[in-house]
Write a protein that binds this ligand. Sequence first.
Ligand code: 3PY
Ligand code: MG
Length: 253
Amino acid sequence: MRTNRTKEKLNSGETVFGCFLRYPSAALVEVMGYQDWDFIVFDGEHGMVDPRDCENMVRAAELQDVTPIVRVTTNSPPVILRYMDTGAQGLHVPWVNSRPEAEQAVQSVKYEPLGIRGLASVRAADYGQAIPFGEYVTQANAETLTVIHIETAEAVKQLPEILKVEGLDVIFIGPTDLSHSLGVPGQADHPTVKTAMEQITEAVSKTSVALGIMVPNAQAAQEWRQRGASYITVAFESMLNPGVRQFFSSVRQ
Ligand code: 3PY
Ligand code: MG
């Protein structure tokens, strides 16, 4: 099984950068593999990525040595299983609002004795062709990365309890859903949202769990890096848009 380079970097204190991709395209992952991302998040929540697409996108990511991570729609073990079986090395679980939900997320990613993930000769296990199951299980438990989204008012309230769960690698702030939950949809800069984010940042800083966030641009990435975030993501569209706009502002004068 491959080393999870994103997890390795995070564990050695480095900051990692990733991109959310909602389009089910292995070719696009291959192209992005030339762009120096640490990881790409294949989006099965707000994107069209189903398990079959995910498997091909994972292949492209492996080709390019980018860590393949997936975001699922729901915190459900059978749903998570289908995506993790493709060989994705990490999982984003949206809308985690309580300690039991956080436990369920970790348990869906890990095999015995850490979790309940179903075991079979799937792609993640090299189809049972490479190493004995026992060794694979140990490696998979060590290499997989569990990221949970804290993106509701309830989750912020429950965060001290959520942080007691063993096996969480990243607490991820979802600014858009958080603003929505706090009654100011889309206003990630609203004081109420900022206060909630501050609470999350402070609670996570007292633990060994990494802080992650979605940012709109490089300036916000730098700001969040200074505030202690080490798992920083952007959306594919926020990268594409400035380049295209700049092109047209130069050529259509
Ligand atoms: C949010 O902002 O709600 C997210 O989930 C970002 O990925
Ligand atoms: Mg969200």
